[in-house]
Design a protein around this ligand. Structure first.
Ligand code: SAM
Length: 380
């Protein structure tokens, strides 16, 4: 469900009423600016939610105690304990709980995106810096059904990309190149990656691919749904609740972690039953694309595509950038191999696949249909 540029601009300015149902998608342009000011969220005070918050309060206190004891231990002991504990999933749980309160403040609720996008368009450079921080808080807290976060920020891969382009082993001999950035999240990394790549190569096409580009915001019930109508967030009186926990399909998420976070799972199940998607006039379609990237879509420099890395990928590319997705934290080995295989098929012969996170990366070239690693750093 991709919008042409002009419609994208309207979205950005106002957000739009979305009266879609899972079987029927209808868009009606909104005229007035959408207010995402904190409406009085309906208190969700059913026992299961209360139990969830209670568990969180107890866990926070326990965590403070654990932190105190932990900080008093010698560094060597801490390293050993951490290595053993990591295999249990306990550090995952502690990290999740430690950041919970801060991450789930109202300012990070995804419903704010429509107003933020609109504010960004007319903001001064100083105001934009603050808005950029707010964007970051929102995408860091937005967890999709498969446990992948939407998190991104400007210049995230730029250091790595510069390093790769400066290496003679990673040269492309073709003329103008086609580039796929998958996943692209809100497109902010594409802005600086495009600039860096275009210093060395002509760019014929730059495609931003991601599993989703829109959210449905039910402004009446204060619920956020993804493009496939899965409930993702519910605003409550003091915070908001995330239905999915990050990295839950990854290697660090163990059975014990699942058990310890069971109260969250209960609350998720309860809310999913209570807040089902329904087509109403209070729904707003939010475009999850940064306004600067939207401008590039409008000028034709970027193309936006809805792509799933685990499904066959349209088109053939000279360079594919895949950062912060096919990682052990997010997926098991066989899924990572499947995603890598799909990306390889989408590469042209002699094309480059650059993958990794902020620290680790690998560059592989397609030769005779197979990937050959030409550069690696940080153990990726
Ligand atoms: C952590 S962000 C990384 C974005 C960007 N590459 C970066 O490094 O800043 C992960 C992105 O992967 C997308 N995603 C999750 N599952 C996906 C899938 N199966 N196929 C394509 N994109 C996916 C999410 O929507 C999200 O935008």
């Amino acid at each position: 469900m991709l919008l042409p540029g002009a419609a994208g601009r309207r979205d950005r300015e106002a957000g739009r009423r979305s009266t879609s149902s899972p079987n029927e998608v209808v868009h009606t342009p909104g005229s007035a600016a959408v207010s995402t000011r904190a409406r009085r969220a309906r208190p969700l005070r059913r026992p299961v939610v209360v139990v969830g918050w209670l568990a969180l309060a107890i866990a926070s206190r326990l965590l403070a105690l654990v932190k105190y004891v932990w900080n008093g231990m010698p560094r060597g002991v801490r390293r050993g304990v951490h290595a053993v504990l990591d295999s249990t999933g306990v550090p995952y749980v502690l990290n999740y709980l430690a950041g919970y309160d801060e991450r789930h403040q109202h300012r990070n609720f995804a419903g704010n995106l429509a107003a933020l996008n609109a504010a960004y368009v007319s903001a001064s450079p100083v105001e934009r810096e603050e808005l950029t921080r707010q964007f970051k808080g929102i995408v860091d807290a937005l967890v999709m059904k498969n446990g992948v976060k939407k998190s991104t920020h400007p210049m995230r891969q730029n250091r790595i990309l510069r390093q790769v382009l400066a290496d003679p082993r990673c040269r492309l001999d073709s003329g103008p190149i086609t580039v796929l950035e998958l996943p692209a999240s809100t497109g902010v990394t594409a802005l600086d990656n495009f600039a860096t790549l275009s210093q060395r190569y002509g760019i014929e096409a730059y495609v931003l691919g991601d599993l989703f580009w829109h959210l449905h915001y039910d402004t009446d019930r204060e619920c956020i749904f993804d493009e496939d109508f899965n409930l993702l967030q519910v605003k409550t009186r003091k915070r908001f609740f995330s239905i999915y926990r990050p990295a839950r399909s990854g290697e660090r998420y163990r059975a014990l972690a699942g058990l310890m976070l069971f109260p969250f799972e209960l609350a998720s199940q309860y809310l999913k039953g209570k807040c089902r998607y329904s087509a109403t006039n209070s729904n707003v379609l939010i475009r999850v694309l940064h306004p600067d990237a939207e401008t590039r879509v409008e000028t034709g420099a970027f193309t936006v595509k809805r792509l799933d890395v685990f499904k066959p990928i349209d088109g053939r590319y000279d360079v594919i950038l895949c950062f912060n997705l096919l990682l052990p934290d997010y997926f098991r080995k066989d899924r990572i191999a499947q995603g890598t295989e799909n990306l390889t098929r989408a590469l042209r012969e002699r094309g480059l696949l650059i993958m990794g996170d902020e620290v680790h990366f690998s560059v592989a070239q397609k030769r005779d249909g197979r990937l050959c690693v030409v550069k690696r750093a940080g153990g990726a």
